[in-house]
Write a protein that binds this ligand. Structure first.
Ligand code: M6R
Length: 616
């Protein structure tokens, strides 16, 4: 939530900042702002709406500077207005800063500072921090060898409760920036005679692959040549410079209209990447390089707890079905936001696994920290290399799906489901799964990208169906067993990007309440696979039809339907049971996407949402 981009160096900052902000817009997009600084006053522009509005104003007023900070906002404190957009400036005009996070004790800070004569012109929590830094700066004596700017930011932060990633400029210190982090990410990219700083390395894709991830409680001071990191408590920190892949082409939309569309069609590749190098030499099991645990230790695990939020939580449900079925290990799934406060009793041989595309979701991070604090071993399945979650866990699996920019998660979900299947295979093979069952599993997994491609080839048919249903205002998504998580995911996808009310249920649960919603105005989408429960699903479809509900079915090739039972049918190939949820999810994603486009919705930036939820 909220994206920060800053620059100091040999070039002018404008183009980099605006480009970087556009790339971080997925983090929040209700308003945006920028401050440039050479030697005199800060040059500040703030606009409500998208980064494009800000860019127009910056160009119209010919603003630029050799250093600058910028911000794209997802409002927490204060309405969406220019006054509340960042940067926020101290009332003495000496400091201006951008902030991602929430200052929980901002009212106390504000009251105190008002008594000291500082004034406020916004409703934000951030302005209290700008003034607090100014207050400490005013108190700080000039001393040889001490950077008063750096010291004042550090001292101010000692009084702050809450989360922050910040970057600050001081009018007395041209060419210098100070950043800090607590709970909200901040990454510094090292260039040649220049530094970039951002909430996410994508802001400086194509410019720097050498980065320093700030840890919680750290403050960084840098000019165009050097940087120095300390803790807020003034201890020296030895910086670790890491090399990351940060390619510009990964952010290119190509011929697609939206990132969501691009990411849906990238799934064959994303799935291939999740599997690359991860099968044993005898092709009978999966292998993972980063679990940091020996098979004999894993055999001691007698329960797995999965925690996540949103779509990643649905991936946990997929994992539950797979791991219980193939590895016979009991699995529980918890919302991370519930787990962190619930104080759940866990068995001592429990493994905790968190799933997070961004690796920054605050509730998931808090859940993992709580599990770690209690002494549990914690794994993560995450897409974002170097993310906070990736750095906090004992071990885990990277998805390698490439950056996911559309707010609605698509390729990240299917790759999480695939990794769950591979984990089920791996855990099964160190327990009771036979060599031949494992080998069949691996053979099936290898066909997955091709099968997904076949489903994607039906996009024209799915588009035609989407056009028929785009004007409905309610939808039910129904599926049994391993299709239940896909029903939930389908409902979430549809509602978040098209604002249609949608609910996902296990198909049999329909009779216990949701059936009351069914009428010709509320279509139902069924997810059907062949096998022993197909007849039960058929009966549920009959029940909907009997109440004049329209029925769309996503079914495997072997499912046969009586004539006239189904209004619209989308076929997916029959395949290994572990792959069915992944294949069935593709038409669900396409249908939601096409419906949202048909309704004229802003697919990649749906209202009220942000890609990465870093506030509670
Ligand atoms: O980055 P994470 O996977 O931790 O994000 C979790 C959810 O915020 C995310 O999946 C959200 O539900 C998506 N908008 C769903 O499309």
């Amino acid at each position: 939530m909220c994206g920060i981009v800053g620059y100091v160096g040999k070039s002018q900052a404008r183009d980099f900042l605006l480009e970087g902000l556009k790339r971080l817009e997925y983090r929040g997009y209700d308003s945006a702002g920028v401050a440039f600084f050479n030697r005199e006053a800060f040059k500040i522009a703030r606009k409500t709406g998208r980064v494009a509005n800000l860019a127009a104003s910056v160009h119209a007023n010919d603003l630029d500077g050799s250093m600058g900070i910028s911000h794209t906002r997802w409002a927490t404190h204060g309405d969406v207005t220019e006054d509340n957009a960042h940067p926020q400036t101290s009332s003495d005009g000496l400091f201006t800063l951008v902030h991602n996070g929430v200052i929980e004790n901002f009212s106390q800070i504000k009251n105190f500072l008002e008594e000291q004569g500082y004034t406020f012109s916004s409703q934000t929590d951030t302005e209290s921090l700008a003034n607090l830094i100014a207050y400490h700066y005013a108190k700080e004596p000039e001393q040889n060898g001490k950077n008063r700017f750096f010291v004042s930011v550090r001292k101010a932060l000692l009084h702050v409760h809450g989360t922050y990633g910040i970057v600050v400029m001081c009018r007395d210190y041209p060419g210098e920036l100070v950043g800090a982090r607590n709970g909200s990410p901040l990454i510094v990219g090292i260039g040649d005679g220049e530094f970039y700083v951002a909430s996410d390395a994508s802001a400086f894709a194509g410019k720097s692959q050498n980065v320093v991830y700030l840890n919680d409680g750290e403050v960084i001071h840098f000019d165009s040549k050097n940087f120095n990191i300390k803790t807020i408590a003034d201890e020296a920190v030895e910086a670790v410079v890491q090399k990351i892949e940060n390619r510009l082409e990964d952010y290119d939309l190509g011929d697609f209209r939206h990132y969501m569309e691009k990411e849906i069609f990238e799934q064959p590749n994303a799935l291939q990447n999740a599997m690359r190098g991860r099968f044993s030499d005898d092709n009978s099991t999966a292998k993972f390089g980063g679990l940091n645990i020996e098979p004999h230790e894993l055999r001691q695990i007698d329960r797995i707890l999965f925690c996540a939020c949103g779509t990643a939580w649905h991936a946990c449900l997929v994992a539950e079905y797979m791991i219980e079925k193939y590895a016979r290990i009991p699995v529980e799934v918890e919302y991370a936001s519930e787990f962190r406060y619930r104080n759940a009793p866990l068995d001592k041989n429990t493994l905790v696994v968190v799933i997070s595309q961004s690796g920054e979701t605050i509730d998931t991070l808090a859940a993992l920290k709580e599990a770690k604090r209690k002494g549990y071993r914690v794994f993560a399945i995450t897409n974002a290399v170097g993310s906070t979650i990736a750095r906090e866990v004992h071990g885990g699996v990277y998805q390698h799906a490439g950056p996911e920019i559309g707010v609605a998660s698509t390729k990240a979900f299917t790759s999480q489901a695939l990794i769950a299947a591979m984990l089920a295979l791996y855990l099964g093979r160190i327990r009771d799964m036979s060599y031949s069952e494992g080998a069949k599993f691996v053979t099936a997994l290898k066909t997955l990208p091709e099968l997904v491609n076949n489903v994607l080839n039906q996009s024209d048919q799915i588009l035609a169906i989407a056009k028929k249903y785009a004007q409905y205002e309610d939808f039910l998504f129904l599926g049994r067993q391993n299709m239940f998580p896909i029903a939930l995911e389908g409902a979430l996808k549809l509602k978040e990007i098209s604002y249609i009310h949608a609910e996902g249920y296990p198909a049999a649960e329909m009779k216990h309440g949701p059936i009351a919603l069914i009428s010709e105005k509320c279509p139902s989408l069924f997810l059907a696979t062949g096998g022993e429960i197909f007849s039960k699903t058929l009966a549920n479809i009959q029940e909907v039809k009997a109440r004049k509900g329209k029925v769309i079915v996503i079914a495997t090739d072997s499912c046969e339907f009586p004539e006239d039972l189904v209004d619209d049918l989308i076929r997916v190939p029959d395949c290994h049971d572990a792959l069915q949820p992944i294949l069935a999810c593709i038409p669900v994603q396409l249908l939601s996407y096409y419906i949202a486009v048909e309704r004229g919705c802003d697919v990649d930036k749906p209202r009220n949402l942000a890609k990465s939820v870093t506030v509670e």
